[in-house]
Each structure stands twice: as structure tokens, then as C-alpha cells.
Design a protein around this ligand. Structure first.
Ligand SMILES: CC(C)(COP(=O)(O)OP(=O)(O)OC[C@H]1O[C@@H](n2cnc3c(N)ncnc32)[C@H](O)[C@@H]1OP(=O)(O)O)[C@@H](O)C(=O)NCCC(=O)NCCS
Length: 418
């Protein structure tokens, strides 16, 4: 089939362009098994994508072909924001809305769009690409590795719940989501600047967290509530956006705290609410202090863990220079990359937590592929584990040297969905 690949001009308001935009959004929702869009949703979606200068790609059937029209048979979108790499915020190509119609699957449509987009990112000096994946088996072939995992937790808050000795130096206030939004945004901005692995929020987060628009309901979100944590000096240092669920449960949609006290203060507030038996959160911080602050450690259950942020290095020297390093050392790294962007041998020399990375012809100490490098990049998995899993080659002493340099004490964390 002679598919027509194109990018949509979101500023074109001609009848044809408007129909194609709507067709594209309808195709995305069909690909993700969601309801067809209403007018409000289309308007919101287009507004967000304009604000974030999203590149909207698709493949259409050729004119005159049966079923040809404004609706594409494959969709793909991407935008550039930032990733906290640990030492710096680096430009990040964020990929989203990847779907291929069930009647055109496995004919190379995704391959064409993702390879065009990654080449465009390279041309624009964007050193890293990211996505979240519906299935873990799709994106390794394009050099993406899972770099953060989300931890799903469930807290039993039935009578008898208590923390061991925690006394909140601050307090919690409930605000209407729209009033809380500026504080929520400020807490996120602080978090994004300090947390390795954090991805900048796309613009739709304002509508989502302020309750202005719920993409599932296709209109305002009347269910969410926002709790703000105030430090002793009354500055806002944490928030939880939540809603009430079934059987006296409370579902946390998003929770970020700038300090351990704010984190425990928010948990304690949610847990102490009357007639709440259970609190769940899908993206808990791997180092959340809650378990060790509980009088009964068994009240917190980890009920799931899943790959979350997938990263793909496009510019190895720049990306590695943007992350922190744990020890001084020198290692020659050999990266295999089917698409070539990360391929080659690199001398990584670290001093005082900073790497200098140069291409070299010297013999390799440690060899790995782009997918494994993406998984390793933020320090979400350690070098020894990857070596044991046969994802990384090298003599034991070279692997140990690389581990001392690359393994980081604190885990990365991302809770931005896109
Ligand atoms: C995932 C999806 C977009 C793939 O699109 P596609 O156009 O069929 O993919 P392509 O034909 O370009 O496939 C390229 C390669 O990826 C592989 N691949 C594609 N989908 C895969 C999947 N779900 N699992 C494993 N491998 C997959 C193909 O086998 C092919 O491999 P090869 O080139 O190494 O032989 C499509 O199946 C889809 O729309 N799924 C539902 C929505 C979804 O899950 N989107 C992903 C969101 S992250």
C-alpha cells in the first residue's frame, strides 16, 4: 500500500485540516480503545498541542483507495521538553499517541514514523528520546530501555492505623483544585529541578490537576480533591491530588513532597481521614519513607511494579556528561545501536562527579547495546545486575570499575505520564 505520510499543521484552520485533526484524534482514541471524541475534547487536545508545539505525524490511505479519508491508519506525536538527568536538565524528545490501525498493523508504519522522528531529534540536537510503553517488547529494537519503574502501593488505613512517632511540623489544607493549581505547579517545578528522572509536565497537566478538564469524562473533573502540605513557615512544600474510590478507598492520582516531613504529613493526613479504609497510589517514590514510619509495616503493600519511563540516548557524549557519577575512573564503552546514533566507542573519564566523554578507537572495556544504555542511564538498575543478566559484557575488573563510576546511591523517579 502506498501510504501517505504527513505531519499536520495545527495552525491551519481550513476545512480539510480541521477534518484531518479530528480524524487523527479519533484514530488515537480508537488505537487506545477509548471512546470517540466529543467537540470539547478535540478543542482541548488541539489547544494543548498548539501550546506545546507538538509535531503530529500520521499515515493516511492514498486518495481514491477504499476507506481513504481524513482519518489516518497510523498516528504518532512528539514534543520537546526537559529531563532531569541528575546534573542538568537536558532537552528531551517525548513520544506519544503511537497507534496503528488493527487493519494495517505490522507493515512498518510505526517503524517509519519513529525513525523519521528520532532522525529529526538528532538534527535538532536533542540528545535523548523518551516514551512510556503499553508493552515492554516493542521499543527495545529502537534503542529504548526502561529507566524508571513505577511502584503501586496500597495502604491499609482501617482503625488502628498510626505512625510510630511522627509529629507534623506543618499542616495540611484542602483547597479546591483550581485554587490549589498555582501551588501544585510550584511544588512540581521545585521537584523537577531536583529529582533525577523527572520529566517536565506537558501543558495539559494544568487542566488535569486544576479539574478544568478530564480526558476520560470529556468535561470538567468534579471528582478530584487537592491537599496541600504547609511547612512550619507556611510555605507549600507538598501536594496530593486524589479522589474517592469504591469501598471507602481513596485513590491518589499524584503526590509530590519536597521534604520527608511533607511526604509523611500528606500520608498521615490521607490515612487519618474518617471512614477511609484504604489509600492507593500508582507511582510511589521508591524511597518513600512511609513503610519505616508505620507502627505496623504490614499495612503498606506493594501491589505492582511496572516499567514506566523508557529512554533512548541519541547523543552519548552529551547525555553522559549531563548525569552524575559516583567515583573517579576511566572506562572505554562500546555501544551497539541498530539505528547508529549511539553506536561507537566512547572514553568516559569521570572526575568529581562529572564525565568527559570522547569518541575513541581504543579497545573497549565494557560493551552494551543502546537499549541497555537507556536502562542504565538514570541509575535505575545497577551495572552488576545488568552484567549478571548478560546485558553487558566486560572483564570483571572493568565491570567493577564501571559499576563504581556509574551506580548511583539514590534512585531515579518519574511520575509524568505522556
Ligand atoms: C504498537 C503498534 C503501534 C505497532 O505498530 P505497527 O505499525 O504494527 O509496527 P511496525 O509494523 O512498524 O513494527 C515494527 C517492528 O515492531 C514490532 N512490533 C510492533 N508492535 C509490537 C508489539 N506490540 N509487540 C512486539 N513487537 C512489536 C514488529 O514486529 C516489527 O518488528 P521488526 O521490524 O523487528 O520485525 C500497534 O500495534 C498499536 O497500535 N498497538 C495498540 C496501541 C499501542 O499499544 N500503542 C503503543 C503505545 S506505547
Amino acid at each position: 500500500m502506498d501510504y501517505q505520510h504527513a505531519t499536520l499543521d495545527l495552525l491551519d484552520d481550513s476545512e480539510e485540516a480541521v477534518a484531518r485533526r479530528r480524524g487523527w484524534i479519533t484514530a488515537v482514541l480508537r488505537g487506545f480503545r477509548e471512546d470517540s471524541p466529543g467537540d470539547d475534547l478535540v478543542e482541548k487536545w488541539v489547544g494543548h498541542y498548539r501550546s506545546d508545539a507538538v509535531t503530529v505525524r500520521g499515515a493516511w490511505l492514498p486518495e481514491g483507495e477504499f476507506a481513504a479519508g481524513p482519518m489516518p491508519v497510523a498516528t504518532y506525536a512528539s514534543l520537546d521538553k526537559t529531563l532531569n538527568a541528575g546534573r542538568e536538565l537536558v532537552p528531551l524528545r517525548m513520544i506519544t499517541d503511537v497507534t496503528t490501525s488493527a487493519s494495517h498493523r505490522r507493515r512498518g508504519l510505526l517503524r517509519r514514523m519513529i525513525e523519521d522522528d528520532l532522525a529529526d531529534a538528532v538534527a535538532h540536537d536533542v540528545p535523548i528520546a523518551a516514551l512510556t510503553a503499553s508493552e515492554a517488547t516493542i521499543y527495545g529494537r529502537w534503542g529504548f530501555g526502561p529507566s524508571t519503574f513505577n511502584t503501586v502501593v496500597e495502604l491499609d488505613t482501617s482503625p488502628g492505623f498510626s505512625l510510630r512517632s511522627f509529629v507534623d511540623p506543618g499542616r495540611v489544607e484542602l483547597l479546591e483544585p483550581a485554587d490549589a493549581w498555582p501551588h501544585v505547579r510550584a511544588v512540581f517545578d521545585t521537584f523537577h529541578a531536583r529529582q533525577r528522572g523527572s520529566v517536565e509536565w506537558p501543558v495539559q497537566y494544568e487542566d488535569i490537576h486544576s479539574g478544568t478538564f478530564d480526558f476520560d469524562a470529556g468535561g470538567p473533573n468534579r471528582k478530584i480533591r487537592t491537599a496541600l502540605h504547609l511547612a512550619a513557615d507556611r510555605s507549600v512544600d507538598g501536594f496530593a491530588v486524589f479522589k474517592h474510590g469504591e469501598d471507602y478507598s481513596l485513590v491518589v492520582q499524584e503526590m509530590i513532597a519536597s521534604t520527608p516531613e511533607a511526604q509523611l504529613g500528606l500520608w498521615d493526613f490521607l490515612a487519618q481521614m474518617d471512614r477511609i479504609r484504604k489509600v492507593t497510589f500508582n507511582i510511589a517514590h521508591p524511597d518513600d519513607p512511609l513503610r519505616w514510619a508505620l507502627a505496623d509495616v504490614d499495612r503498606l503493600k506493594t501491589t505492582g511494579q511496572r516499567h514506566f519511563l523508557w529512554l533512548r540516548l541519541l547523543d552519548v557524549p552529551r547525555a553522559l556528561a549531563a548525569r552524575p557519577w559516583a567515583a573517579d575512573g576511566t572506562v572505554v564503552l562500546e555501544v551497539a545501536d541498530a539505528q547508529g546514533w549511539a553506536a561507537g566507542r566512547f572514553e568516559v573519564a569521570t572526575r568529581d562527579g562529572v564525565a568527559t566523554v570522547t569518541r575513541t578507537e581504543a579497545a573497549a572495556d565494557v560493551a552494551l547495546d543502546a537499549e541497555t544504555l537507556g536502562a542504565l542511564y538514570l541509575g535505575g538498575v545497577d551495572v552488576r545486575t545488568l552484567h549478571h543478566a548478560e546485558r553487558l559484557d566486560g572483564a570483571d575488573d572493568a565491570v567493577a570499575r564501571w559499576a563504581a563510576m556509574a551506580d548511583l546511591a539514590d534512585p531515579p523517579y518519574c511520575l509524568t505520564g505522556f
